[in-house]
Design a protein around this ligand. Structure first.
Ligand SMILES: Cc1cc2nc3c(=O)[nH]c(=O)nc-3n(C[C@H](O)[C@H](O)[C@H](O)COP(=O)(O)O)c2cc1C
Length: 415
């Protein structure tokens, strides 16, 4: 079961227009044999599995899994939503959910550089509830990995609840993905394709809100019509959603590089509902964070694509692309993406993930470096079996070739 889902994603990696992974498609590795593919599915190191962490956690905190939280209505529910958010410290800078990319080592790296909360990648609720192997490789966490949103796609309330109960001791929100616009989501009847099935969406949210101890959050895209978006957000709030992340693009606006997110629509949603709202879309550096918070009035922001290239974004670092020529206030931050990659690899040694995920991050973090030394990228693509030794050596080789691309730090008053 697990492998069939992963095969879908591999397929998507090859087809830029279809996938969240589109940005990872520049110079994809050559087609590999099925044996080689399997190697990319293996974990890159050994470490505790979820069930091991889980036993500790349940014992330590005396959690009773699956007890209803005493379903609240009206004012009490809004108060609870805010009390929970405040207890978490009202995180503003949040790592967005990213299939195959917002996994534990990457989240921990972003947290080190200023992220105040993070989402897991979207997990498939049915496969998660049925398959231990999928759970072990696709969801890992650790005590420092908080606040954490665990995101599921779903179309059956009972199945979603079963999956959610397995993760609730380890997270601060169970999140429902209502925004995935890809063909795989149309076929699987989830994500943004549930925008046509609002009674089903309502039943998913109600099921979790009535039965979980942790609050439910949702991540949506906007409708082309503002009033439809507002009605949608109100329906989610009434159904028991405690926090809403709004990606300011419609289901058809898949080209995130070309189409700007509509921050004014996010502001309208924020003004129309009473639970915390998080804004998403077009956050490439800290100036964007400040402008977005001001334009939307949101509690916080999510960043996805830009963090993949620059996991230190929330600490104020920016890639040269976002430094204007002669900008006085920007200086070499004395850190670069190769160093961040080394830190990431060390985290992968500690917290195992499948090699395909490691490979994807290497391409994202060193994309510009490879453009200067394409031979190094070709050598990476030729490796059907990655090792940490090879990857550390690859960074050394780029340094020996004298590739230097600093990350810049803006005057601290502006970060
Ligand atoms: C590689 C990648 C994977 C993604 N996977 C998910 C996902 O699992 N769940 C989800 O809700 N959104 C996913 N997204 C969408 C992002 O969370 C975010 O909504 C979108 O990229 C817009 O934010 P940005 O402008 O900061 O990139 C993904 C995006 C990228 C780039």
């Amino acid at each position: 079961m697990r492998f069939s889902l992963l095969r879908h994603y591999h397929h998507l990696v090859q087809l830029p227009k279809l996938s969240f992974m589109a940005s990872l498609t520049t110079q994809p590795p050559p087609p590999s044999t099925s044996q080689e593919e399997n190697h990319d599915e293996l974990l890159c190191s050994s470490g505790p599995t979820l069930s091991e962490v889980r036993e500790d956690k349940v014992e330590e905190k005396g959690f009773s899994l699956g007890q209803p939280n005493g379903y609240l209505t009206g004012e009490a529910r809004i108060e609870r939503a805010w009390a929970h958010w405040k207890k978490l410290g009202r995180p503003k800078l949040i790592v967005a959910p990213m299939v195959d990319c917002s996994e534990l080592p990457f989240r921990m790296l972003c947290r080190k550089y200023g992220a105040q909360a993070a989402y897991t990648p979207m997990l498939h609720s049915r496969i998660f509830s049925e398959t231990e192997k999928y759970r072990a490789s696709e969801f890992t966490t650790c005590q420092e990995d908080r606040p954490l949103f665990v995101q599921f796609c779903a179309n059956d309330p009972d199945v979603l609840l079963e999956a959610a109960r397995m993760v609730e001791p380890f997270c601060d929100y169970v999140d429902i993905n209502l925004g995935c616009p890809q063909r795989i989501a149309r076929r699987g009847n989830y994500g943004a394709f549930l925008m046509e099935k609002l009674p089903l969406v309502k039943s998913l949210v109600e099921k979790l809100a009535q039965n979980l101890e942790v609050p439910v959050s949702c991540k949506i895209r906007i409708f082309p019509d503002l009033q439809d978006t507002i009605n949608y957000a109100k329906m989610l709030e009434e159904a028991g959603c405690s926090l809403l992340a709004v990606h300011g693009r419609t289901r058809d606006q898949k080209d995130q590089k070309k189409i700007r997110a509509d921050w004014s629509a996010i502001r309208e949603v924020r003004n129309a509902i009473r639970i915390p709202v998080i804004a998403n879309g077009n956050i490439r550096h800290m100036d964007d964070v400040h402008s977005c918070l001001e334009a939307t009035g949101a509690e916080g922001i999510l960043s996805a694509d830009a963090l993949l290239e620059n996991p230190a974004l929330f600490a104020g670092f920016r890639t040269p692309e976002w430094v204007d020529e002669g900008e006085e206030s920007c200086k070499d931050g004395r850190i670069d993406q190769a160093e961040l990659l080394v830190e990431y690899l060390k985290l992968c040694e500690k917290y195992p993930v499948p090699w395909r995920i490691v490979r994807a991050h290497v391409h994202k973090m060193l994309g510009e470096w490879f453009r200067m030394q394409p031979q190094v990228r070709e050598d990476l693509n030729a490796q059907s079996r990655l090792t940490f030794e090879f990857l550390y050596g690859l960074v050394d080789r780029l340094r020996e070739l004298d590739v230097k691309i600093p990350l810049y730090l803006k005057d601290s008053t502006n970060t």
